[in-house]
Design a binder for this molecule. Sequence first.
Ligand code: HEM
Length: 454
Amino acid sequence: SASVGLNLTNIQGDILIGMKKNKELFFFFSIVDPTSFKAQLGADILPFITSTTQVLDVSTQPETLVNIAFSQKGLTELGITDNLGDTLFAAGQLNDASNLGDTTSDWVSEFIDPNNLLHGVLLLASDATDNINSTLSQIQNALNGSISEVYSIQGQARPGDQQGHEHFGFMDGISNPAIAGFSTQLPGQALVAPGIILVGEGGDGTARPSWATDGSFLAFRQLEQRVPEFTKFLIDNALSEPNLTADQNAELLGARMMGRWKSGAPIDLTPLADDPVLAADPQQNNNFNYSHPGFNITTDQSHCPFSAHVRKTNPRLDLNNANFTNHIIRAGIPYGPEVTDAEAASNTSSTDPSLERGLAFVAYQSSIGTGFAFLQQKWANNANDKNCASSYSLPQGQDPIIGIAPEDGPRSVGGLDPLDPTRDITMNQDFVISRGGEYFFSPSLSAIQNTLSA
Ligand code: HEM
């Protein structure tokens, strides 16, 4: 497709392709001296901020990649009065908590601070935490007390052969939409206009101040994962495919909840057994749309349940491959340690906060209401309304991975058993617990220089 001429030196590097390092620190800060901060931002901090061009050029990129984003409270603190045209961003994520199905008593206290001093976040990514720590020191020295730390989360890729896999064990980061004029569309991959992700680009229909162009809204979520409980649930509810062992039937249930096998192979293409070769082939691992010759897509769950996480969050042919709006780019990373022997033996996550693990979830979009919040609220949490064409007769059930039931009670998920898709499997608990987060705006480098600095 024709180049739309995206200004990649102006777009922060995490947005379109992700900084993709083994370590990433999310450093949430409060601006305590706005006047000093504005002076330092352009003069001292801007040189640290990594553009998309720099992320693309691995040979010349710095050892630590840095991005910065601001909450509405942060922009206000900097004296910005322009309306960025996103009501969820303007109100902040805490005001969206009940719409998202969150229980705010599960939120970490820093995200519900009544003074809401959370003004921004620095994202520092590198393959070594030493690099991150020394870059953070340099930034803090330059800022000389104009910001203070509110909270931080150290993300890290999982060890060994689990690198790239989230804590439940599934390969992540496979399917993101291609951006027209920027990325090459792989078979099966969604293609969206740049304005679906970037503010002010073609396809963003909202009126914005011109300085916001080439920025993107960053939805951050700290999503705790109850890994031993998830593993036990799979064993206790193992399916009963006749040619599979008990372990394989447990794996199959997990794969049907996610829509992919642990390797990343899509169950829509390989419904009864993992296929690591297929998983590793980018020409094939996204090339599915839930339709199969001889099967009616509006009723068929033999390949993939309607409720599977990847089908809920990207319905593909269920929406006639015609949804070009409700897409996000994901750039999260796992946080927290591996499951300990004691946790595995007791099938229970420790209550020790230092052992909390999960996903430091990051989604970029030009509109939070059509991006992250739409996927979470209208699709994942929604058991009865179908996120698919009107000809579908079966309810989908909530997303068993991220669907959040507001009442927090047990819930039933249909469609998981390929031998009897009408059989409901009861989940007595959620395996992903939202610990809260915030909505941020990740501005262009020119906006940092010309609008946010003094
Ligand atoms: C895909 C895990 C939270 C949206 C995936 C995949 C995994 C996964 C393993 C498949 C790999 C891939 O296609 O890249 C998780 C876990 C989560 C989580 C463990 C929580 C701890 C979320 C949230 C959203 C989301 C909160 C949005 C509301 C998506 C989307 C895809 C995806 C859009 C790609 C679907 C496709 O294009 O086929 N996730 N995810 N995920 N997830 Fe999540």
